[in-house]
Design a protein around this ligand. Sequence first.
Ligand SMILES: [Zn+2]
Ligand SMILES: [Zn+2]
Length: 331
Amino acid sequence: MVISGMSFLLILPAMILLMVVLDLAHCGANSNSLALESESVVQTLKDLEANIPVIGEQVLQTTAEKVVETGDPLSNSRLTVRDDMQCRMNQICADYHKNTGLKVECHIKSVESSADPFQIEINSTITVSKDRVVHEKNLTQYASLIDPQYPMLNPLPFIKCKNYGGAQAVGNRIHFGSSLSAYLKARDVENATAYENASTALIIKKCSYDPYIMHGRGDTVPPEICILKNCIENGYFHESADGSCFLCRLEGRGTCPHYGMETFIVPCVSNNSSLTFAPSSIDHVIFNDTPPGTGIYQGKAIIYYSEGSNCFKMFLDNSHRSKYGLPPFYE
Ligand SMILES: [Zn+2]
Ligand SMILES: [Zn+2]
């Protein structure tokens, strides 16, 4: 059969239409699989992103535990934590690659102190790719130091007292035995014996009595300053420009340039109320890093609770009295 020129011209538009439709179908299938690939890449990126602060908390917790165990300070806590996190993330990325075939990379760029002393800043870059689809994301995230799932130990007293007999973790507190008074005696500090059998908080917890001046409140002031007593019993930490940050605590620094935290170091219960002056019961005063003895200043006794002849007291300087809403003293 001979197709006339006329009929060929009639068929031609139909053929062109068919070709276009086929091409479109092909294109559609292609962009569909592209969408699927992109979806798995984005999901993996999201998973990794959620993982980083958790890994950060786990690494910080283990790091602090090691320091508490040995009493040895880290020479560069930011690098140690960064490297340990990198190691953990490498493993996680390898697992993702094995399970999904995606190419996954996570670079932990830095670990830093943050403006909130109860958080650590983590900077990273995640890259997830499959064939032509590549997603890269730069992240700044925060690991919490007060997540009840990963309680952080306060490493500083263990480092500072290592050479004076050591500090002991007992329940939720750190017991100094004779080590803290020995540490203070070695610095020629007056009334160092006030800290015989003293104790302080073991786990970092953020004080809920905010603003801090409410610490001075009590039903009967004195002998019971309830809020201060509750704060001490809970082992709370407070924001402080003078106290060291968590990462510097891991290096054994009692003070540092970052915005940090402070907690009370409490003398043991006594029935001797004659001692009126001793080093101020704030950890950054007692563990001050200035040349031995020079930065440790005295505070005056303040009784926050008494029970029969048992006297619960601390020693506080006027600037900390004012910070916590307690009455000043005049020498
Ligand atoms: Zn408090
Ligand atoms: Zn610091």
